[in-house]
Ligand binder design. Structure first.
Ligand SMILES: Nc1ncnc2c1ncn2[C@@H]1O[C@H](COP(=O)(O)OP(=O)(O)OP(=O)(O)O)[C@@H](O)[C@H]1O
Ligand SMILES: [Mg+2]
Length: 259
């Protein structure tokens, strides 16, 4: 069964600041979807994440959070992968996965846990490294371990902060594709926070922030529809996108529009 979270009227103001962030942002997140929160430095990505995780309370009077249409009073249980890898260097990959399987899957039988670990290692291309110590892994491999141990969780909703940090362009693309497949197959909603605008077409939903304000919420197709009516300089200003990134993305997706 598909589940949906709706966030309505998100606004936020830091106590010592005049600036009002998010301008009553509305969006939804569905299980099976890969969602991107995108924007340059200072655009509000971390602040929005803190709101989703329930660490900041939105300041709009009409703020509402709904799950499957019913209002929620407490924060949603998200699984969260922070930007920094917090892994003990002396442990082996399989040991870390076993520790997290015990934490996340308390009631599962031993063979179910092993099956989940096996599948997750395989999905993230880590099977060949399972006997290595964390200290022996590359930055990208460590990043995938950090993501994998959270993906063992039974949560429906996941937030990954800069999942691709430390990865080259191709690995970044592959990781996003893997996350999209994991979202579909396991019926999870996966939200990625990133300043990288190179792989927009992989994301099912895009939430662009610019200087604390939402500038676009929708699918990549809808983003392109907007571009069709806008000249390239306006588009650049509008989304804080680099035109080089945009052309690369359009070429890669095989959809060339006259923008
Ligand atoms: N504790 C705070 N008090 C006051 N203003 C803050 C505080 N934290 C962030 N801000 C402001 O809120 C805005 C959004 O900041 P935020 O940290 O959410 O951006 P970001 O998109 O995560 O940036 P980055 O990519 O650099 O991490 C910025 O203008 C920032 O200066
Ligand atoms: Mg940030």
């Amino acid at each position: 069964m598909q589940h949906q979270l709706d966030f309505k009227h998100i606004c936020f103001q830091y106590p010592n600041s005049q600036a009002s962030l998010f301008k009553e942002l509305n969006f939804s997140v569905k299980t099976g979807e890969l969602v991107g929160i995108l924007g340059s430095s200072g655009s509000g990505k971390t602040t929005l994440t803190e709101i989703l995780l329930g660490r900041h309370r939105p300041t709009c009077r009409h703020f509402q959070m709904l799950e499957d249409g019913s209002p929620l009073s407490t924060a949603v249980k998200w699984s969260y992968v922070p930007q920094q890898n917090l892994l003990r260097e002396y442990l082996r990959v399989s040991e870390i996965f076993n520790i997290y399987a015990d934490i996340h899957l308390k009631t599962a039988k031993a063979n179910e846990k092993q099956q989940r670990i096996f599948q997750t290692l395989q999905d993230l291309g880590l099977s060949d490294f399972k006997d290595k110590k964390i200290s022996e892994l590359s930055g990208g491999q460590k990043r995938r371990v950090s993501i994998g141990i959270e993906m063992l969780s039974d949560s429906r909703y996941f937030i990954l902060d800069e999942p691709s940090s430390g990865l080259d362009a191709l690995s970044d693309r592959n990781l996003l594709r893997t996350l999209k497949i994991m979202a579909r197959v396991n019926q999870k909603a996966i939200v990625v926070i990133t300043h990288n605008t190179e792989n927009l077409a992989i994301l099912d939903k895009l939430i662009f922030l610019s200087k604390g304000k939402p500038t676009f919420v929708g699918s990549f197709e809808e983003l392109l529809m907007e571009f069709k009516t806008t000249d390239r300089f306006t588009v650049k200003k509008y989304l804080d996108l680099s035109i080089a990134d945009l052309y690369q993305e359009l070429n890669a997706s095989g959809r060339i529009y006259d923008i």
